[in-house]
Design a protein around this ligand. Structure first.
Ligand code: GLA
Length: 688
């Protein structure tokens, strides 16, 4: 039987132990609300969709569910500004006051993902235009052009009006700018901005021609205004990668516009964020978070079948945007409504996934949404209540999450996930590979996740950071497919290795520069000398090839015949490929550099070989798991800080599993009984 976390936590004596924070630990917590719970748990509420007479009932039911936070405002532009320049916040004042009266923390969203009809009707130039030149219309959302100067003015004004009104409101804790930004626009203003962007980036058209190698196919441009704005089609890879740099710049500016509107009017205790989507390829998320205080994201499991390691990788990536704890701004109460089969999560999995987000650094967990609107595009989506305003069958499980997280908040306050190594996620590399996969199955996100998987399982704590992040605190840094490598990044990585770090590069690394041009040296380009080896040739694989040596197994999808050139570069694995190009060729090589090392993995390894490689590299870097030999269904994580170390164990499987906590760990609460952790169970331990 489950021990309620709430009860057990209340009873637990909190004996603080000395801080145990590794060098890579993230600096601050994502909730700094004096006198407020350190973990927010709540829901998206759209009071504008319901009669006001119902609001009190809804808020009371939210309170009874155990929520301490509501998020509102996003999408309600036509209620806030029913006509141009005429603002009506009276209803929102009353909604926020009703939430405040019940002690809720309030997150306010700016409504700019859903412009009102009057705006786009009067100013059709604010509507986005797709790549085929078709202008969007009213009736959906995100139909604005991200490059429209006029739209910025309207967005700035509504955001500023909200900030002026609620910037010192005691219930408001944070601001969400827009909602899941993403679709670019190809309107005339965007094209003009593209030309300015290219001019700033390259200075002269001659430099653009050189970096893109436009002598190819007579692409040479005479002036910037000749360069088409394209994201698809048979275009120069330099242009297509720069399109992503352009969308990053425009979206960062779009968000910055509202941040500038809000910041002067709000208390310094309030944070500003925007909620992003999983693995969104639309812009570089590290860059986008420049002006934001915390990251937040919307974690959905569309097919209802969570892959806990892959999902955890995404949490780690989001934590890496600001290198600090984040908020889970939306997650599903059971199911979504936007895939071919919207399977509901199994009983217990909503709870398990909430704890997973916290284990990876979420300081807030908010469900989407409270109650389905009676009409509108999302009537089939999971919600806490049904359309009749009474709880859905998922509500008791969500209530349990809310109770448990609220009880655990004092323990988790000012703690951050402890990572034992870093993975580098490079948007440029992801895009460059995606633009020229060479093997249809070389999905760069899957490649990243496959690499991450055995390291996360074995090391039980990984940071995912940008290739430009400081790395000195990590004993081991893994870059699964660092296809685009700038000269500056190569210098920093070489310095990391010379400083005693262990660097691992995956296939396709060090091939391109940031204009998506081949480095003149073979891979890994500017790191080939340090490695003392290079890629002689790469091959797309139809089937598998064997691997033998210190790392044995097989590889599929991608293989590179390596060529050691320094005497002290060791071969850890060679290919077996009878009659083929790869037979007997080195597949993995490694070289010691002082107390550090650089290793190159020239293949997409199958799970067995990848696990063997991870075991070996973790041992070399002296990284040991907290809980050795844990069952693969068990996720082990640590949050530490403020003199506390908390071990969080989650059973993502459907059977009880044995769990032996580390010596000296005290069970605090949860589903750990008789040495076993229950199916979909969660257990907390305090560690010395
Ligand atoms: C996104 C949006 C929400 C809602 C959900 C449904 O995350 O931010 O407004 O549409 O999807 O899953």
């Amino acid at each position: 039987m489950r021990t309620r976390l709430a009860l057990a936590l209340a009873a637990a004596a909190v004996a603080l132990t000395p801080a145990h924070l590794p060098a890579g630990a993230f600096p601050q917590r994502a909730t700094a609300f004096a006198g407020r719970p350190a973990i927010a748990v709540g829901v998206a509420w759209y009071p504008e969709q319901w009669p006001e007479a119902r609001w009190a009932t809804d808020l009371d039911l939210m309170k009874a569910t155990g929520f301490n936070t509501v998020r509102l405002g996003e999408f309600a532009w036509s209620r806030m500004e029913p006509a141009e320049g005429r603002f009506d916040f009276a209803w929102l004042d009353r909604a926020v006051a009703a939430a405040q009266a019940r002690g809720f923390m309030v997150v306010l969203g700016t409504p700019t993902a859903a412009p009102p009809a009057w705006l786009t009707q009067r100013y059709p130039d604010t509507l986005r235009v797709d790549e085929n030149g078709v202008r969007d219309r009213h009736g959906g959302r995100r139909q604005f052009s991200f490059a429209s100067a006029r739209y910025r003015v309207f967005a700035r004004r509504i955001a500023g009006e909200m900030a002026r009104r609620y910037g010192h409101h005691p219930a408001v804790v944070g601001w969400q700018v827009d909602n899941e930004i993403g679709p670019p626009s190809f309107d005339a203003e965007a094209v003009a901005a593209w030309h300015v962007f290219l001019q700033r980036r390259y200075g002269t058209i001659g430099e653009l021609n050189r970096r893109w190698t436009t002598a190819y196919w007579s692409q040479t441009y005479d002036s910037f205004d000749q360069v088409p704005l394209r994201q698809t089609g048979q275009q120069n890879p330099g242009l297509l990668l720069d399109f992503k740099h352009f969308t990053t710049a425009i979206w960062t500016d779009y968000i910055g516009n509202q941040v500038q509107a809000i910041r002067p009017f709000i208390d310094p205790r309030m944070w500003i964020t925007t909620n992003t989507m999983f693995w969104n390829a639309g812009f570089d998320h590290f860059a986008l978070h420049r002006d934001l205080d915390i990251a937040s994201w919307d974690n959905y499991i569309p097919d209802g079948r969570p892959d806990w390691v892959a999902n955890g990788a995404n949490h780690d990536l989001v934590r890496g945007y600001k290198r600090r704890n984040f908020w889970l701004m939306e997650t599903q109460p059971g199911r979504v409504d936007w895939v071919p089969v919207n399977r509901a999560l199994d009983p217990g999995q909503v709870r398990e996934l909430a704890w997973q987000s916290v284990a990876h650094g979420a300081d807030g967990v908010l469900y989407w949404q409270w109650r389905p609107a009676r009409n509108g595009q999302e009537t089939y989506h999971g919600a806490v209540l049904g359309q009749d305003g009474t709880p859905n069958p998922i509500q008791p499980e969500i209530a349990e999450v809310a109770r448990d997280l609220t009880s655990a908040a004092p323990l988790l306050a000012d703690t951050q996930p402890v990572a034992r190594l870093a993975f580098l996620f490079s948007y440029d590399s992801r895009w460059a590979i995606d633009l020229q996969r060479h093997h249809a199955q070389f999905d760069p996100v899957r490649a990243f996740t496959d690499f991450y998987r055995p390291f996360r399982v074995a090391a039980q704590g990984v940071d995912v950071v940008s290739p430009d992040a400081p790395l000195a605190g990590y004993p081991l840094v893994v870059a699964p497919d660092l296809n685009v490598l700038t000269a500056g990044q190569a210098r920093a990585l070489a310095a990391y290795v010379r400083g005693g770090g262990h660097l691992v590069l995956g296939p396709r690394s060090g091939m391109k520069d940031d204009a998506n041009a081949l480095w003149p040296e073979r891979q890994p380009g500017p790191l080939a000398d340090l490695l003392g080896a290079r890629v002689a040739q790469f091959y797309a694989l139809e089937g598998k090839v064997g691997l033998q040596g210190e790392v044995a197994g097989s590889a599929s999808i991608w293989a590179e015949a390596l060529e050691p050139r320094a005497r002290d570069t060791r071969t850890l694995a060679t290919f077996t490929d009878p009659g083929g190009w790869l037979d007997g060729k080195p597949a993995i090589v490694s070289r010691k550099v002082g107390r550090g090392s650089i290793t190159y993995v020239g293949a997409w390894l199958d799970p067995e070989a990848m696990a063997a490689l991870a075991t070996r590299l973790l041992a070399d870097a002296r990284i040991a798991p907290l809980v050795p030999d844990a069952h693969p269904d068990l996720e082990i994580a640590e949050r530490a800080g403020a003199g506390k170390r908390v071990l969080i164990v989650i059973n993502h499987g459907t059977a009880s599993r044995p769990l032996a906590p580390p010596a000296g760990a005290t069970p605090i609460a949860g589903d750990w009984q008789g040495g076993q952790i229950a199916p979909h169970g969660v257990a907390l331990f305090r560690m010395k």
